[in-house]
Design a protein around this ligand. Structure first.
Ligand SMILES: [Zn+2]
Length: 71
């Protein structure tokens, strides 16, 4: 059983390892990265983290981003 080694990205906000979920969208594979510590999410595409806004357009699902700060 081959399991390609991929380095988990670190949260840009708190530097914790992100939980990654790879999904397939029309434009290709996208990896959703969520931080359990500060409850934020990013997308990883082509090895780089991007915020949600850049990928939502590709998904074709108009979804309002959640509040950035939760207290
Ligand atoms: Zn974080």
């Amino acid at each position: 059983m081959s399991n390609p080694v991929m380095s988990n990205p670190a949260c840009p906000a708190c530097d914790s390892p992100l939980v990654t979920i790879t999904i397939n969208v029309g434009a290709g594979e996208r990896t959703m990265c969520s931080c359990s510590r500060c409850d934020q999410r990013w997308w990883q595409r082509d090895g780089r983290l991007t915020n949600l806004d850049g990928v939502i357009g590709e998904l074709g699902q108009p979804e309002a981003p959640r509040a950035r700060y939760r207290r």
